[in-house]
Design a protein around this ligand. Sequence first.
Ligand code: AMP
Length: 206
Amino acid sequence: MKVTVYAGSALGNKPVFEREARKFAAELARSGCEIVYGGGGVGLMGAVADAAMEAGGKVTGVIPQSLVHAEIAHQGLTELHVVETMHERKQLMADLGDCFVALPGGVGTVEEIVEVWAWLVLGHHDKPITLLNVDGYWDRLLGAARRMAANGFLRPEELDGFLSVHDAGHLLQVCRSWKAPLPRWPATPTAPVVAARDARAGDLAG
Ligand code: AMP
């Protein structure tokens, strides 16, 4: 399984962030999971890549040309895709992963995990969205999601698609029991997951 990991380009100011990020990445690698991430060598992103590689895992980075120097593109990865734009980066990271997890991070990390969650709600994919809630870091974001549901802006099953996990084993367990919410809108050509589901149903019927 390929796990797309979003994480801060900084280390944060508590040792627990780097410690838990490394532990999580090493556990994933030892479980046979491959990691897809933003390709940088700095911050928690770099720590994740280093720990997974040290544990014998495969790591694929996806970085835009403009950030190769700023984020010091990691040179020791299994594979590094250098793309043109931030949008291409996010699309490729989303396409390559079988599930998504956000480790602690800043606006970049939040933007990335919320975007794939929005794509899930719209039926553009049907993959699990999770948050590694180190030291309660994501409590407020999870609370904001609950408030959206309580106020009628999110269906309960969409809230269930945004999940807190406490370690790599828990992430794999969540993925095994994952059932994607039905897309909010009827199937359209812009909802690829719906089209793929319909095609599979057609194959089975035929
Ligand atoms: P941050 O959590 O802000 O430290 O950012 C984590 C990662 O997200 C870094 O690799 C940033 O380059 C990346 N990032 C920030 N904004 C975007 C964006 N709009 N699209 C894709 N990646 C982004």
